[in-house]
Design a protein around this ligand. Structure first.
Ligand SMILES: Nc1ncnc2c1ncn2[C@@H]1O[C@H](COP(=O)(O)OP(=O)(O)OP(=O)(O)O)[C@@H](O)[C@H]1O
Length: 523
């Protein structure tokens, strides 16, 4: 007799349920799973009594999944199809809108002379209001902007600000006096949001102390009413301050002083999130590049955002920049390495060194329209020319690298405030300095490079104002005239035809030996 609960197949086999309880339970689970997955296999002709409605339900339950599956499948597939169709439509619309936006951006950039290269470049700013609507700019910054009288972003600000805010690195070339300073300060301030005591988060490197001081001053104007720690690295700070003990959000300095403090282990730059190299091509020149390199290395935060700004960006600097930057956006306003179009540029032949002083005095006696900035080749010549002019009836002063820091500061302040009418200078203030309303720049000595020419004359004609630049030249300078003539004609100034027909000469630090400026016998 067959045991009641054993099938024919298992006859003669005694299954030890106790011993194989675990396996058995697994087997049971599997069985249940199987039926659940394959409901069609359930035998509905069971002899177990099932009430009619339950039977129906059961039938339904049995068939439901099958039907349900197909029904669900068909209804799901319709829904899925619809969603997919919608997605496709949206994608298409999205793509169309995306392309429309690209077209709008391209037109807008064309209108503002903005040239960009790189992938996925954020749209340029239409207005400062977009800083709030698109980028949630805090109201203190907008208030300070309005107080400074900034109504519309300049072209470099329109493009560089959204690029940096989107977390992209960039190198930018825009004319002198076109608002590059705010283009890099604004995104840093917006990203930092509030002051912190967790270490330095932004570093701005400038080639000279004067420019660093000016940038710090501009930055402080922008954070007015907000507690941010903006520090200008002075000689004293570099020597003695322990930055781990004092809060500093943004540090503005020459590379030399930062490098010095880092070496003295007084400065930890490992948390820096933003590094700006202002006047980048100057910073990459021999003598400075080693210090910049040390600072770049000390800023070891892997997510650091670096940016380079200048009015002149030679290809060699771009190449170098690319080696330290990741997926950077290149922004050029107008033509690369060109002078500001609001400056009227002139070339004046003076024959000899003697002729220069005569021409200068004559022009001052006919019409002196201060403030006037005069550039000479080196500090000795700056001293000589100043000594000639100081007894003339004009308020003149001088600035060069031999002067102590305080005297340099005073010279800049007096010129800024109008106390000084004529400032004799070396190239130490040729870059970045923003003296509002300089009416005329005189290149007493021919500049030693195209970049020097563009930056020197760029001290006038700033922020849309008009200005004048006069370049005196002697026989010794004639071979290099054509280079300046090219810059002049590119920015719409008249150049005599004979100058344009001169051969181009490679311009490498043209600093000829010149006769002394002094007319007084040596003591
Ligand atoms: N959006 C703006 N509207 C009006 N004025 C502005 C605006 N942005 C900046 N300025 C002003 O323009 C002047 C020149 O700006 P800035 O010094 O930043 O020029 P820059 O491009 O850095 O020049 P450089 O190449 O000589 O360093 C400053 O006086 C600044 O206050």
């Amino acid at each position: 007799m067959m045991e009641k609960d054993t099938s024919f197949l298992f006859s003669g086999i005694t299954f030890n349920r106790k011993k194989f309880a675990r396996d058995f339970s697994r087997f049971q689970e599997k069985e249940i799973d199987c039926t659940a997955e394959k409901p069609g296999l359930i035998d509905d002709g069971s002899s177990v009594m099932v009430p009619a409605d339950k039977k129906r339900k059961r039938k339904a339950a049995v068939s439901d999944p099958v039907d349900g599956f197909s029904v669900f499948k068909s209804s799901k597939s319709k829904a899925v199809d619809k969603v997919e169709a919608n997605n496709e439509e949206n994608l298409l619309l999205g793509k169309k809108e995306y392309h429309r936006q690209l077209e709008r951006d391209a037109l807008f950039r064309k209108k503002h002379n903005i040239h960009v290269s790189g992938s996925n470049i954020p749209s340029p700013l239409q207005s400062f209001a977009e800083l709030k609507s698109r980028h949630s700019c805090k109201s203190y910054l907008l208030r300070n902007l309005a107080e400074l009288g900034f109504k519309e972003p300049t072209p470099i600000q329109r493009q560089a600000i959204p690029v940096l805010l989107s977390g992209r690195e960039c190198f930018a070339c825009a004319p002198t006096g076109s608002g590059k300073t705010f283009a890099f300060l604004c995104p840093i301030l917006m990203k930092l949001e509030r002051a912190s005591k967790d270490g330095i988060r932004g570093v701005i490197l400038c080639p000279t102390r004067e420019l660093a001081a000016q940038t710090a001053r501009e930055c402080k104007k922008l954070v007015k009413g907000k507690k941010f720690y903006i520090k200008l690295m002075t000689k004293q700070l570099a020597k003695s301050a322990d930055f781990s003990k004092q809060p500093c959000d943004i540090l503005i300095s020459t590379p030399f002083r930062v490098q010095f403090a880092v070496r003295k282990r007084k400065l930890d730059l490992s948390k820096v999130e933003f590094l700006v190299l202002d006047e980048a091509d100057k910073l990459f020149e021999l003598g400075l590049v080693e210090q910049v390199d040390a600072v770049v290395k000390a800023c070891s935060n892997p997510s650091i955002l670096r940016s380079l700004f200048s009015a002149t960006l030679p290809d060699t600097v771009e190449e170098l920049a690319r080696t330290i930057m990741h997926d950077a956006v290149r922004i050029i306003i107008g033509r690369k390495n060109s002078a500001s179009e609001s400056i009227k540029q002139k070339l004046v032949f003076v024959g000899s060194e003697e002729g220069k002083l005569l021409a200068l005095r004559q022009s001052f006696s006919e019409s002196l329209n201060p403030p006037v900035l005069i550039f000479v080749q080196n500090k000795e010549r700056a001293k000589e020319l100043y000594n000639e002019l100081r007894y003339d009836d004009i308020r003149a002063d001088v600035i060069h690298a031999d002067l102590p820091e305080v005297q340099r500061e005073t010279a800049v302040d007096n010129f800024r405030s109008g106390k000084t009418w004529v400032l004799v200078a070396t190239d130490v203030i040729a870059r970045g300095m923003d003296f509002k309303g300089v009416n005329c720049v005189i290149n007493y000595d021919f500049p030693d490079s195209m970049a020097a020419y563009i930056h020197r004359i760029g001290r006038s004609g700033r922020a849309g104002r008009s200005g004048e630049a006069i370049t005196l030249y002697t026989e010794a300078d004639v071979p290099y005239l054509r280079n300046i003539a090219n810059v002049m004609s590119a920015s719409g100034c008249d150049v005599p035809a004979w100058v344009m027909s001169l051969a181009k000469k490679k311009w490498r630090k043209h600093r000829p030996q010149r006769d002394s400026i002094s007319t007084k016998p040596e003591e």
